[in-house]
Write a protein that binds this ligand. Structure first.
Ligand code: ZN
Length: 437
């Protein structure tokens, strides 16, 4: 019973209300039922003439199997959609086609246990950073059921969203490792980031030259030509990829990696001096052990009191001043990144490199000096480009979060799709028109 009142509709028939909620043409709502905590909504398709897809002869309804799907919750109650399907039979006795079930992708895709609207909703939730576990709890279903649906719809979205490859002038290549929970094996992936727009372009299941170069090479020519800067960690592989595939791009070593190299150098010296001085690895009361956190902090972040404490701990534990030298090197490198004038910065780095490679320096510092020398131009390029893999690093942290969330991750595609939904900035408007049959 529908009354039209200018622009508003008033529906009073309960079945029509449900039909309006389902919102699909040619789908009839049969009934609504409460089963324990679940609400079950039974629907069927309105069908006309159905012909055999093989021979074209008019088909008959053989039987009506009832298939249950997970739908969006209604007012906090888990909802199940019971679809009373039509299994058809060909009337032509000589036809090889025996029977088939009619489907409707608008209700639910084949092999998907979620209704189409629930699957799209779940995909969006994962893109907003919710976990599969949370979404599965809300839908009152199994983790795998949600994960499978999100993988299917996520893949379709990323495939359909062709404009995702933004025009960019700066990309970054960065290595991500992930450990298989079962096998204790570590695998490596390469994250390709749009450093300019702070999003992940893709994740490749490899860090090998051939695979990464091949991926970059097959991208559109116009896109590749536009790239002016290629950010990287100090990886010879990624440098080679840029040299060959994007020779016009200036390579920029990511500051994060340079600073962490200096921090690792400082830490290695602290541990060596500790053993040389006391004959054992750091214990709670040892001065160098107590200084370890202060050493890794930025000098400007230390209070006067902390600065004094650090000085006295070093006076006790570091008589040869090797740790103190490494600390100054680390701080000098941080000064280098704070300098805004490119010429001044270059002069600073050159001075630091010469300082580090002096024969009298501890071996760890000389090694750091050689690394700086090897990557000198690409480190200095930071001051010209002012781009870095930093955003990639932040995005990698998001991926790491997903890796933690994604307990039981085995399948790389699975990982890739979820990371791209989360940090790849897909065009969510495309999701509405995605069809999975
Ligand atoms: Zn037939």
């Amino acid at each position: 019973m529908t009354q039209q009142n200018r622009s508003t509709y008033v529906i009073t028939d309960p079945i029509q209300i449900l039909a309006a909620l389902v919102g699909l043409k040619d789908v009839t709502v049969l009934h609504l039922e409460r089963r324990g905590p679940d609400v079950e909504l039974a629907v069927e398709q309105r069908i006309g003439e159905v012909r055999c897809p093989t021979c074209g002869v008019l088909a008959q309804v053989k039987d009506r199997p009832l298939v249950r799907y997970i739908d969006l919750p209604v007012y906090g109650s888990p909802m199940r959609l019971c679809w009373k399907k039509h299994r058809m039979r060909c009337a032509n006795r000589r036809c090889p086609k025996r029977s088939w079930v009619l489907s409707d992708h608008r209700i639910a895709a084949k092999n998907c246990l979620l209704t189409t609207r629930a699957a799209k909703w779940a995909t969006r939730q994962i893109g907003d950073g919710r976990t599969v576990k949370e979404v599965a709890a809300e839908l009152a279903c199994d983790w795998h059921t949600v994960n499978d649906a999100v993988t299917t719809y996520g893949e379709a979205l990323l495939e359909a969203d062709r404009k995702r490859l933004n025009q960019t002038s700066a990309i970054g290549l960065d290595e991500t490792s992930f450990v298989h929970l079962a096998g204790q094996r570590t695998d490596y992936a390469t994250t390709v980031a749009d450093v300019e727009h702070h999003s992940i372009i893709d994740i490749l299941p490899s860090r090998n030259y051939v695979d990464v170069a091949a991926w970059l090479d097959k991208q559109p020519k116009a896109w590749k030509e536009r790239i002016e800067y290629g950010a990287l960690d100090m990886s010879a592989t990624y440098a080679a990829v840029y040299n060959v595939v994007l020779p016009q791009a200036a390579q920029v070593v990511d500051p994060f990696h340079v600073i962490s190299l200096a921090n690792r150098c400082l830490d290695a010296i602290r541990r060596r001096v500790q053993v040389e001085q006391l004959g054992h690895r750091g214990r709670r009361d040892d001065p160098l052990y107590r200084a370890r956190r202060l050493l890794l902090m930025g000098e400007e972040k230390l209070s006067d009191e902390a600065t004094e404490r650090l000085a006295s701990l070093l006076a006790l534990g570091d008589p040869g001043a090797e740790v103190a030298i490494a600390y100054r090197v680390k701080e000098r490198l941080r000064d280098f990144y704070r300098t805004t004038d490119p010429d001044e910065a270059e002069a600073m780095l050159l001075e630091l490199e010469e300082h580090c490679t002096k024969k009298a320096m501890p071996p760890e510092i000389r090694r750091l000096g050689r690394t700086i020398k090897h990557w000198f131009a690409k480190i200095v390029n930071f001051h010209l480009a002012r781009v870095s893999n930093g955003p990639t690093e932040a995005l990698n942290n998001l991926i790491k979060r997903i890796k933690r969330i994604g307990f039981g991750f085995r399948n790389f595609q699975n990982y890739r799709i979820r990371a791209l939904l989360y940090a790849g900035k897909p065009n969510w408007r495309v999701l509405g028109s995605i069809v999975v049959r």
